[in-house]
Design a binder for this molecule. Structure first.
Ligand code: ADP
Ligand code: ASP
Ligand code: MG
Length: 454
């Protein structure tokens, strides 16, 4: 029989302070199949580091560094006296100070990644000691030894085959005799420089390591007891989904359900590894299991969940040359690809294309994707109109394109709103609407009430 090998990932709130770390450590200890632990930075630390990397004056720098130090010292000081660990944390803080000073003179994406990586390094160093205090054989492991990526600092792409080989060479055997505690989010390019996988990327790290190590399950421990029919912060009446297919959960993550980083399920689907999502504060409440459709025991519902993605920009590209012409779409998408723009929604008419672009800036360096160079190049083939302050509302489900009455159920309750664009038909799993940002939450609440609360 296949032996169980679980990767457990704990997000920022699950390692925010000493009590949170203890809850998380207890979860690790309660399941002897957890062999590798992937951690985020303590809540708040990455945001402070990102701000430092943007370059701040001396006073703001010292305030930010003091905050980071206080978050980590609060944990350190509740552990038994450990001069070695204290020296290590102090060295890391000193390093943050000197890199922040460098960033105040000149920022760079590589420097940003180097700087922000310290958050995960510190939380993982502290967590190992908590496990050791509980008499567990735990070791700290620098994930950059195995998490090989390209050099797109801020949002690097992992190199799957390299990661597999490196995990076999450096990580697998360690996990056979100790609990390996490592970092999410960070990696390294081929010359050894630190990279990051983009904001929220620790979920993705867990899935990548899970795939490389042939894990039997990936556990994502966060601050909610699973995946809900909508973000419970927006819709308190949201209900937990006990089991969900990879396809549905992927749509949710892609269209804004922050509970999973959008890329997390890619390795899980590829290698068919179930993903569990639960709350580290209340593990007894259970959670959601995401797996293959064949494993789902309940009937797949037509409507499963709603998701919201803010900060959408709509570009309308018009060209009279498009009338009865060929190649316009190809031209436009070639230009977008050249400028690293990924398009979310697309609709077309005879002479125009409308497409949405996410401008949330999920990379750590926060540079705008919509550059002058992009607009200049697009202007050579078409007229461009830009609309901002929009939000994408995704209705996620099953067989949406082969079920009668979907449009009536959705649009029938939205008379009071302007729906700027609608995408339906490319996937049986979603129907997407684009609306004004200010209307988005009201739309979600009305839809949630009609679809899930009646
Ligand atoms: P972590 O730091 O543990 O990675 P995140 O803040 O990234 O945690 O993700 C957890 C948050 O995701 C929840 O607090 C919740 O507000 C949000 N969220 C968004 N959509 C959903 C959903 N459909 N189900 C559950 N949580 C959701
Ligand atoms: N610490 C990183 C962030 O805040 C990665 C993560 O938590 O997943 O984005
Ligand atoms: Mg997250």
């Amino acid at each position: 029989m296949e032996t169980s090998f679980v990767i457990a990932k704990f997000g920022g709130t699950s390692v925010a302070d000493y009590p949170a770390m203890v809850n998380s450590a207890n979860i690790v200890i309660a399941n002897p199949n957890v062999k590798v632990v992937v951690l985020s930075a303590s809540a708040g630390v990455t945001n402070l580091l990102v701000a430092l990397a943007e370059g701040r004056d001396t006073e703001v720098r010292s305030q930010h560094i003091a905050k980071i130090q206080s978050i980590q010292y609060n944990i350190l000081e509740q552990l038994p006296e450990n001069p070695t660990l204290r020296t290590e944390i102090d060295k890391i803080i000193a390093n943050i100070a000197s890199l922040s000073e460098a960033a105040s003179l000149a920022t760079s994406p590589a420097l940003t990644d180097e700087l922000v990586s310290h958050g995960e390094i510190m939380s993982s160093k502290l967590f190992v000691e908590i496990l050791k205090e509980k008499q567990k054989n735990a070791i700290w492991f620098d994930v950059r030894k195995v998490m090989r990526t390209d050099d797109k600092f801020g949002k690097a792409t992992p190199k799957i085959e390299d990661i597999k080989q490196l995990c076999c060479a450096h990580l697998k055997s360690l996990s056979s005799h100790s609990i390996v505690v490592t970092q999410g989010f960070i990696g390294s390019e081929s010359s050894g420089k630190t990279t990051t996988l983009g904001r929220g990327g620790s979920d993705y790290t867990a899935a990548l390591l899970g795939e490389a190590l042939n894990a039997t399950q990936i556990d994502i421990w966060t601050d909610v007891a699973g995946i809900y029919t909508n973000d419970p912060r927006i819709t308190p009446a949201a209900k937990r989904i006990d089991e969900i297919s990879f396809a549905e959960a992927t749509e949710m993550a892609t269209f804004g359900a922050k509970v999973l980083h959008p890329a997390t399920l890619v390795p899980a689907v590829r290698s068919n590894i179930p993903v569990f999502v639960g709350s580290s504060k209340a593990p007894q409440e259970g959670g959601t299991i995401v797996y293959n459709t064949n494993s789902i025991t309940s009937k797949l519902p037509v409507f499963r969940a709603l998701a919201l993605r803010r900060k959408q920009t709509l570009l309308t590209l018009t060209s009279l040359n498009m009338l009865h012409a060929q190649g316009f779409l190809a031209n436009v998408f070639t230009i977008l690809a050249k400028h690293n723009i990924s398009v979310d929604l697309v609709t077309t008419s005879e002479v125009s294309i409308a497409l949405t672009i996410d401008t949330t800036g999920t990379n750590t360096n926060g540079n705008s994707l919509l550059t002058k160079a992009l607009f200049d190049e697009l202007s050579t083939v078409c007229h461009v109109t830009v609309e901002e302050d929009l939000a994408l509302i995704a209705i996620i489900g099953n067989n949406l394109t082969s079920t009668k009455g979907i449009a009536k159920e959705v649009f029938g309750v939205l008379d009071d709103f302007i729906i700027r664009l609608c995408c339906y038909g490319a996937s049986t799993h979603n129907l997407c609407l684009l609306a004004k940002s200010n209307d988005a939450e009201s739309i979600i609440k009305i839809l949630h009430n009609t679809i899930f609360e009646q």
